[in-house]
Design a protein around this ligand. Structure first.
Ligand SMILES: CC(=O)N[C@H]1[C@@H](OP(=O)(O)OP(=O)(O)OC[C@H]2O[C@@H](n3ccc(=O)[nH]c3=O)[C@H](O)[C@@H]2O)O[C@H](CO)[C@@H](O)[C@@H]1O
Ligand SMILES: C=C(OP(=O)(O)O)C(=O)O
Length: 427
């Protein structure tokens, strides 16, 4: 298994292009199942999850073609043709690699009238049930059965019917599945307490480009007027706000200055506010966002919550950054019950962090030291890379496959702005 080797202490400076968003592309790809036309996605990031989702779509009978993007620095173009759905079963082997596979449930059910998807199960950051996805589909008339580790959903005679969905808690994935099912249901669907993450807006915009009718885009109430059919479309994947936020932390933790080319400030205001409060300088330009830090950062108090608040997907990266700040920071994780797997690894590099329940107190230290550390999940891995960039000496981050799920060409991008970083094989 590959590892990443970082010799820390380099100040990062320069222009770093931001790729298409993982969490957007993973909900845009299943939209192809809603139409017999072709869906062409540009600004497609090179990520293991995109490959896995492509394999899943192939398994269902869709063809996927990938080409180089014109003018894009990294982005590619994928054309998905699900003219014929050959299977409505998403097998365990693919679903276990990528939880977002559950997002084929809504579209398959809406278009083919049935779907059988392996239950994704728990993962390192928490339990992650799918009860809200299933309740939402039931509200549209689906019958659901759980057996042998699979969820089987069947639409009523004549197809799904519009309905009323009120989410008791905000769920990104459940909102996505509900939306993708409702666009082909008969009549009107109202979704209340919908997630408002920018990736949901991206999904709505793509569905509208395919002929869907959705009111309230970007708000917590979505009203969908179902259509008999959707058509193909060309759609550009939004920039990755979490990748941009992660590299903003890389600029801040190394006392450097990075231009995050293509990043959109309106998608990540809470992240930028956090950086500014910590003492970083943030400039929004026409082509992206520039983040710089000249002095030692200051401690922060932060709590994760659904958009527009501070995202859980940035908690680990901020923790690494604050491990070197002046004073004691208090971070509270309210979304996932077990998202502190990076704490013991950061501690091995000299960080002073105490976790009590959902709250972590991070007392800034003067220096981190390189060490061999183990990545446990995607953002935990990034927090270790960030710590390694600032640490004295060499850091080896093992289990790099987590990073490959969500960061396109991490070593290339970071070495182009001055990091001493490389990928090495086998451990
Ligand atoms: C591919 C993708 O877009 N992943 C993102 C998505 O994950 P994902 O869509 O899985 O996250 P959710 O928003 O659904 O989860 C939020 C909370 O709701 C709970 N829950 C969720 C569904 C359900 O049926 N029942 C239930 O109890 C979860 O356990 C969690 O505590 O949003 C998360 C929260 O912003 C991000 O961290 C992930 O990066
Ligand atoms: C938790 C994440 O992703 P996923 O939902 O794909 O596991 C993430 O992107 O940080």
């Amino acid at each position: 298994m590959d590892r990443i080797i970082i010799r820390g202490g380099q100040r990062l400076a320069g222009r770093l292009p931001i790729s298409g968003a993982k969490n957007a592309v993973l909900t845009l790809m299943p939209c192809a199942l809603l139409t017999d036309g072709k869906l062409t996605l540009s600004n497609l990031p090179r990520l293991a999850d995109v490959d896995s989702f492509g394999h899943l779509l192939n398994e269902l009978g869709a063809t996927t073609k990938v080409a180089r993007g014109a003018g894009d620095e990294f982005g590619r173009v994928m054309t998905i043709d699900a003219n014929r759905i050959a299977s409505t079963v998403a097998p365990y082997d693919i679903v276990r690699k990528m939880r977002a596979s559950i997002l084929v449930l809504g579209p398959l059910l809406a278009r083919a009238g049935e779907a059988t998807v392996s239950l994704p199960g728990g993962c390192a950051i928490g339990n992650r049930p799918i009860d809200l996805h299933l309740k939402a589909l039931e509200a549209l008339g689906a019958e659901i059965e759980l057996a042998a580790g699979y969820v089987r959903a069947i639409a009523p005679e004549g197809g799904l019917k519009g309905g009323r969905i009120v989410f008791p808690v905000v769920s990104v994935g459940a909102t996505e599945n509900a939306l993708m099912a409702a666009v082909l249901a008969k009549g009107e669907t109202i979704i209340d307490n919908a997630a408002r993450e920018p990736e949901i807006t991206d999904l709505c915009n793509c569905l509208v480009a395919m002929g869907a009718e959705i009111e309230g885009i970007g708000s917590e109430r979505l009203i969908i007027h179902g259509k008999d059919r959707l058509h193909g479309a060309d759609y550009r994947v939004m920039p990755d706000r979490i990748e941009a936020g992660s590299y903003a932390c890389a600029a801040a933790i190394t006392g450097g200055e990075l231009e995050l080319a293509g990043a959109r400030a309106e998608d990540m205001q809470a992240i930028l506010d956090g950086l500014i409060l910590a003492g970083a300088e943030v400039k929004v330009t026409e082509s992206g966002i520039t983040v710089a830090a000249e002095r030692r950062l200051k401690a922060l108090t932060l709590s994760t919550a659904p958009f527009p608040a501070f995202p859980t997907d940035m908690q680990a990266q901020f923790m690494a950054m604050l491990a070197l700040a002046d004073g004691a920071s208090v971070l509270t994780e309210t979304i996932f019950e077990n998202r502190y797997m990076h704490v013991p690894e950061l501690a091995r590099m000299g960080a002073d962090i105490q976790v009590r329940g959902r709250t972590a107190v991070v007392r800034g230290v003067d220096q981190l030291r390189g060490a061999e550390v183990m990545a446990t999940d995607l953002r935990a891995s990034m927090s270790l890379v960030l710590a390694g960039l600032a640490a004295e000496g060499e850091t080896q981050v093992h289990r790099v496959y987590h990073l490959d799920r969500g960061y396109e060409r991490l070593e290339t991008k970071l070495s182009q702005v001055g990091a001493d970083i490389e990928r090495a094989g086998g451990d």
